[in-house]
Design a protein around this ligand. Structure first.
Ligand code: ADP
Ligand code: MG
Length: 226
């Protein structure tokens, strides 16, 4: 695989949790539209690796290229530029619970440079349609179910048509049927956007049901499983 086709490339990278190193000699390459899992026990470094990908944790050793940005040489302005090309789905959703569904989305559009109200409204309707929440636009987030909140987190992640989607334990607190629906949805939205997707999970069930490349964090190493 040539470097140009890679959205993400770590070579001999050391991953830190912000305080100390949790993974060493990490090699990880992700190509366009590729679906990939990151597994490992709690505390094995999955979230730390994802945080390094979106530059929340600094990369201090080794090479890391993400969407054309060198993680070792990121300027302050480059971090938001890089994040705009990614969709991030966090473990705890990070939604504004007192706000409506639409307002949560409008907020992200406005902080990422959208100005025209009618275009913003159109995009909000598109992403809500994509995740099946078109009827919930005006509802306050705290009154949504866990599965609906996860759908909203996905809608928010795809607002700016990301080249890469990163999801940290997207099925963490969901029942099996809702988890399956979320995985179907993630696959669909990634496909529709030709986006690559990196999913951290410890849910073996979804690995069996939705097979894809698997990397495992274990004993400070990242290994690709066959
Ligand atoms: N900011 C931090 N400061 C100190 N330790 C941390 C910090 N964040 C995570 N850790 C620790 O680093 C290890 C890896 O954490 P994490 O990457 O969150 O693992 P995972 O997502 O696989 O559960 C864990 O032992 C965790 O407790
Ligand atoms: Mg984690």
């Amino acid at each position: 695989m040539s470097e140009q086709n890679l959205l993400l490339s770590f070579r001999d990278a050391t991953i830190s949790n912000g305080a100390y190193d949790v993974l060493e000699s990490v090699h990880l390459q992700l190509a366009k539209a590729e679906f990939c899992y990151l597994i490992g026990e709690t505390g094995s470094g999955k979230s730390s690796l994802l945080k390094t990908v979106y530059a929340d944790n600094a990369l201090k050793k080794g090479k890391g290229m993400v969407l054309g940005h060198d993680l070792r040489n990121l300027s302050r302005q480059e971090i938001p530029q890089m994040r705009r090309k990614m969709g991030m789905i966090f473990q705890d959703f990070q939604l504004f619970h007192e706000w409506s569904v639409a307002r949560n989305l409008a907020y992200v559009l406005s902080v990422t440079g959208w100005k025209e109200k009618s275009k913003m409204q159109n995009r909000i309707e598109e992403v809500l349609m994509a995740v099946g929440l078109e009827e919930k636009e005006k509802q306050l987030v705290y009154s949504l179910s866990g599965g609906e909140q996860q759908r909203l987190a996905i809608a928010r992640a795809i607002l700016n048509k990301p080249q890469m989607i990163i999801a940290d334990e997207p099925t963490g607190n969901l029942d099996p049927d809702t988890s399956d629906a979320i995985l179907f949805l993630l696959r669909d939205v990634a496909l529709a956007n030709s986006a690559a997707i990196l999913v951290a999970t410890h849910d073996q069930r979804i690995l069996d049901k939705f097979p894809a490349r698997v990397f495992r964090c274990h004993h400070k190493e990242l290994l690709e499983l066959d």
